[in-house]
Design a protein around this ligand. Structure first.
Ligand SMILES: [Zn+2]
Ligand SMILES: [Zn+2]
Length: 285
């Protein structure tokens, strides 16, 4: 099966391995027989700083791992843009986090001509830390419920107005709530808003990804899992990408076969690859 890894992080992402330089990633992808690899380093817009005037002092949580990821993302995009000449399977992307929490930073990244793909992600609700940092064991059930309600509300707004191509890892908070902390969540209460999210994406010609990182974490499922991929398809969704969300060389391509099986089971016959922000379709199976 022809597979493409559309979500990977190089050493330009503060939370990725230092030896994951973009050239080594492209070589690893070639060795694995992947048709394409898109480097999508973190640009958490609310932690933007550096080159220019887009500083937002209220978000200067300098203890955050992602502080300054906007600055690194710009460097990553420029380097991947240059290296595309050398590596035929390399594509240039970005994982744009929280675009609504600093729209000027998001616009500055969107304007970069090198970009093949923009993944839109939400790693933290406005004014809150990344879901990675929250202490779920000391939260009540209703606090977790309202945290997720806020998350999906913010995600819906992002899908209605922000500039990106593919929604990143829908259900990301479950990695920590369910996977790391073993807390059950009644996801049925969010079905309606997830349907609205999908409808907004479809109306704007955008897709979702099957993010396979959960398969190698305690969560043990993809983000999102099969049921949501089916729902997206049933509502008319046509664009689906597969991404390992690798943060080290050894995870490149991980789980893509399982992701492709989920896409097929949900009724997709093609996955998408983005070039110059336009989808091209590759037959599954
Ligand atoms: Zn992410
Ligand atoms: Zn990622």
């Amino acid at each position: 099966m022809t597979l493409c890894d559309m979500h990977t992080h190089s050493s330009y992402s503060p939370d990725a391995d230092r030896d994951a330089d973009i050239g080594s990633m492209a070589e690893t992808a070639a060795r694995l027989g992947l048709e394409y690899i898109t480097v999508t380093d973190h640009c958490d817009c609310n932690f933007w700083y550096g080159e220019n005037e887009y500083e937002y002092p209220q978000y200067q949580q300098q203890d955050s791992m992602m502080f300054g990821s906007g600055h690194y993302a710009v460097s990553s995009i420029r380097e991947a843009g240059r290296l595309k000449e050398k590596y035929p399977q390399l594509l240039c992307g970005v994982e744009l986090g929280q675009p609504l929490q600093n729209t000027r930073a998001a616009e500055a990244v969107s304007a970069m001509k090198e970009l093949d793909l923009m993944i839109g992600s939400l790693h933290m609700n406005t004014g809150k830390p990344d879901f990675y940092w929250l202490k779920y064991s000391s939260m009540s059930r209703s606090e977790i419920t309202s945290l997720l309600e806020d998350h999906f509300d913010e995600l819906l707004e992002m899908c209605r107005v922000s500039d990106f191509d593919v929604l990143g890892h829908l259900t990301y908070p479950l990695r920590y709530i369910v996977g790391e902390n073993g807390i059950d969540v009644d996801m049925n209460r969010y079905t309606d808003i997830i349907r609205e999210i999908f409808t907004a994406l479809i109306e704007r010609g955008k897709g979702i990804e099957i993010n396979t990182s959960g398969l190698r974490q305690k969560y043990g499922r993809t983000f999102p899992e099969l049921g949501y991929v089916k729902l997206f398809r049933s509502l008319g969704g046509e664009i689906i990408t597969l991404g390992s969300d690798a943060h080290k060389l050894s995870d490149i391509g991980a789980g893509l076969n399982e992701g492709a099986e989920i896409a097929l089971e949900a009724g997709f016959r093609y996955t998408a690859v983005f070039k110059q922000r336009r989808p091209e379709f590759i037959k599954l199976g």
